[in-house]
Design a protein around this ligand. Structure first.
Ligand SMILES: [Zn+2]
Length: 120
């Protein structure tokens, strides 16, 4: 029985075991390298997003308090709504994402998306 390599697509003779790649190690190694690169790139863009958000939040709200800005304006300044460490829910059942000691969420006011930033 022939099997198609999961990496290069070449057909190879199926041996015992459940290898998804051509005989030899190169396709297996290459596939692994590519998977790692996807993870590395994701981490890199995540870190970049976190850094951009923190930098932006510090410039908008250097001291404890809160501030709201239109999402469109925030996006131009490099805001990344997917870059946060975790989520908290406050007493009013509102969800906040946190980055460092900043919390943010997005609300809709007068059909406009607003980014609300809060610093403890
Ligand atoms: Zn292959």
């Amino acid at each position: 029985m022939n099997q198609k390599c999961a990496f290069c697509g070449n057909l190879f003779k199926k041996r015992n075991g459940t290898s998804r790649y051509c005989p030899g190690n190169s396709c297996y190694k290459e596939a692994k390298k590519q998977r790692q690169k996807v993870v590395d790139d994701l981490l890199k863009s995540f870190r970049k997003g976190i850094y951009q958000n923190l930098k932006l939040f510090v410039s908008l709200l250097p001291k404890p308090g809160s501030v709201s800005r239109p999402l469109s304006e925030m996006l131009i300044k490099g805001f990344d709504e997917n870059a946060f460490y975790g989520v908290v829910i406050d007493k009013q059942k509102r969800t906040w994402q946190y980055v460092g000691n900043y919390l943010f969420n997005i609300s809709i006011e007068n059909n406009l998306k607003q980014v609300n930033i809060y610093k403890q």
